[in-house]
Design a protein around this ligand. Structure first.
Ligand code: F6P
Length: 325
């Protein structure tokens, strides 16, 4: 393999730039030409200047930057047969023989379909703040997002305490409670509601009431975006109705602030390992797989497993919130 391309796709995540850097420099180290594709699958379909040759200097000074210098997109056109055909023709036209896809669930779903149709060897590097991919303990961007959420939770606790209020803080995670559980534990939340395990509103009401009985005048409840009882506003309304005592409630949705910012050291190192691991895997003949780090070792998991197998939150984490609150 003499020419590969790298792209970022789906929701951006802090550390994607560190991963791009590792892919580019890793490929050059092994004597392989490397191309960048702007705007993920959309850019692949567009072709022309969006597929461009990259050198070592193109990735200077980006390891510390959030976002992605290659830009990202959620491409509807790539979900069509015609779109993927156009993408394939553009890649062949540019002489690309292998791909490194940096992204999450949607990115790897697309990569698997594309591989099955056109057989261009592809290795994925997990880049999503959601940490919802099987085959890696952590995804690129997750650690930074948890720390961003934690910083906000700490600040909200100050004002919650001053005003004796109950705050419901919604954190990201479309179908996943990873950001919620870790930021909740680290921030000393009174309750955490995640899609992976049912915490009925009545349970949270109990926790809050027992807090009040113990003279706890302010509380924090972390609600994952994908929580089955509803979004944070809905959950707060239900609790206000059920609790039967006068409490002062506020709701904060952290939103896209969690997707930005300088990656933590952990994310930079993870992204570098996965970027290099993706290139070296590709050169050793890996295809249709995601590279991950499990128990501190690089492993390759078929795309299909990485997107369909569950990665459950450990029970002890869920128990801990309750015991320590
Ligand atoms: O997948 C990452 C993520 O940040 C999810 O947590 C969230 O639901 C989604 O992306 C938001 O996507 P968008 O930026 O397209 O609104």
């Amino acid at each position: 393999m003499k020419k590969i391309a790298v792209f970022t796709s789906g929701g951006d995540a802090p550390g994607m730039n560190a991963c791009i850097r590792a892919v580019v420099r890793g490929a050059l180290y092994h004597g392989v030409e490397v191309y960048g594709i702007r705007r993920g699958y959309s850019g692949m379909i567009e072709g022309g200047d969006t597929i461009f040759r990259m050198g070592s200097r193109d990735v200077s000074n980006i390891i510390q930057r959030g976002g992605t210098v290659l830009k990202s997109a959620r491409s509807k056109a790539f979900m069509t047969v015609e779109g993927r055909k156009q993408a394939y023709e553009n890649l062949v036209g540019a002489g690309i023989e292998g791909l490194v896809a940096i992204g999450g669930n949607g990115t790897f779903t697309g990569a698997e379909i594309f591989f099955n149709e056109y057989k261009i060897p592809t290795v994925g590097a997990p880049g999503t703040i959601d940490n919802d991919l099987y085959g890696t303990d952590y995804t690129i961007g997750y650690d930074t997002a948890v720390n961003t959420a934690l910083d906000a939770i700490d600040k909200i606790r100050d004002t919650a305490d001053s005003h004796d209020r109950v705050f419901f803080i919604e954190v990201m995670g479309r179908d996943s409670g990873y950001i919620a559980i870790q930021s909740g534990i680290a921030g000393g939340a009174e309750a955490v509601m995640v899609p992976e395990s049912l915490t009925p509103v009545s349970e949270v009401v109990k926790v809050l009431k027992s807090g009040f009985a113990k003279k706890k005048n302010s509380s924090i409840v972390i609600v994952a975006e994908g929580e089955k009882e509803g979004r944070a506003t809905e959950v707060a309304e239900k609790i206000q109705k059920q609790i039967g005592i006068d409490i002062d409630i506020r709701v904060t949705t952290l939103g896209h602030v969690q997707r930005g910012g300088a990656p933590t050291a952990y994310d930079r190192i993870l992204a570098s390992r996965l970027g290099l691991g993706a290139v070296e895997g590709l050169l050793r003949g890996q295809k249709n797989v995601m590279v991950g780090v499990v128990n501190n070792r690089l492993i390759y998991t078929p795309f299909h497993e990485s997107i369909t197998k569950e990665k459950p939150i450990s029970d002890d984490m869920l128990r801990m919130v309750h015991i320590l609150s």
